[in-house]
Design a protein around this ligand. Structure first.
Ligand SMILES: O=C(O)CCC(=O)C(=O)O
Ligand SMILES: [Fe+2]
Length: 206
């Protein structure tokens, strides 16, 4: 992985270039996603206000699997983002849940992987579903991944556009909420078990 070595020294210039490039790619992708939802291509700033990115650099040391055979490097979760862009090295570990089955993702060199986060699920009234994923440890090799999470400004109200909602045939699934509210709910819950959007469900009994 180019700009981070195993001691976590970061080349600032390359990192700045990388994250600026990722942001550009994310905007292009979100424009296409917005268009697919019947929204204006260029309504991202209006919808998400001052959207930003937070980054996690994940380091997974070599680790033996437990006797149960299942040892997590990162437990099951969805991302608190609109979309997340992942840069993986060549060590496997990431698994995604599809039709109740865990699928191991084969790292492809020089490839970015984009995941749908919780906020896109809410914004699209579940047309896009947030990706449930986890990372398994690797007993032979250490591993690094870099996740860039695109998020709206704290006070923006996140919710589906009017065009997507029909009271009878396509009712709103989640109430509108701010990113600030979403994060508070997430920390209150104490675990991101893939269902943290539940507390915003309309007609939720929670
Ligand atoms: O390490 C990975 O492949 C995934 C990291 C991840 O899921 C995250 O940072 O949210
Ligand atoms: Fe994640």
């Amino acid at each position: 992985m180019g700009f981070v070595n195993m001691k976590f020294t970061v080349d600032r210039k390359i990192a700045a270039e990388y994250f600026t490039g990722v942001k550009k790619a994310e905007i292009a992708l979100m424009e296409a996603i917005f268009e697919s939802l019947g929204m204006e291509r260029d309504s991202i700033d209006k919808t998400l206000s001052k959207h930003g990115q937070y980054v996690s650099v994940n380091y997974y040391p070599r680790c033996e699997k437990s006797e149960l055979g299942v040892t997590f490097g990162l437990r099951i979760h969805t991302d608190a983002s609109i979309i997340t862009t992942l840069l993986l090295d060549d060590v496997p570990g990431l698994e995604v849940l599809q039709n109740d089955e865990w699928i191991a993702i084969k790292p492809v060199p020089n490839t970015l992987l984009v995941e749908v986060g919780d906020l896109l699920e809410a914004l699209s009234n579940c047309r896009y579903k947030s990706l449930v994923h986890r990372v398994m440890v690797n007993p032979e090799k250490e591993r690094i991944s870099i996740a860039t999470n695109c998020h709206p400004s704290n006070d923006t109200s996140v919710g589906p556009p009017k065009e997507l909602i029909d009271k009878d045939s396509n009712p709103a699934i989640y109430r509108n909420f701010t990113y600030k509210e979403f994060l508070s709910a997430m920390w209150l819950e104490g675990s991101a078990n893939g269902s943290r959007l539940d507390s915003f469900k309309i007609n939720s009994t929670a």
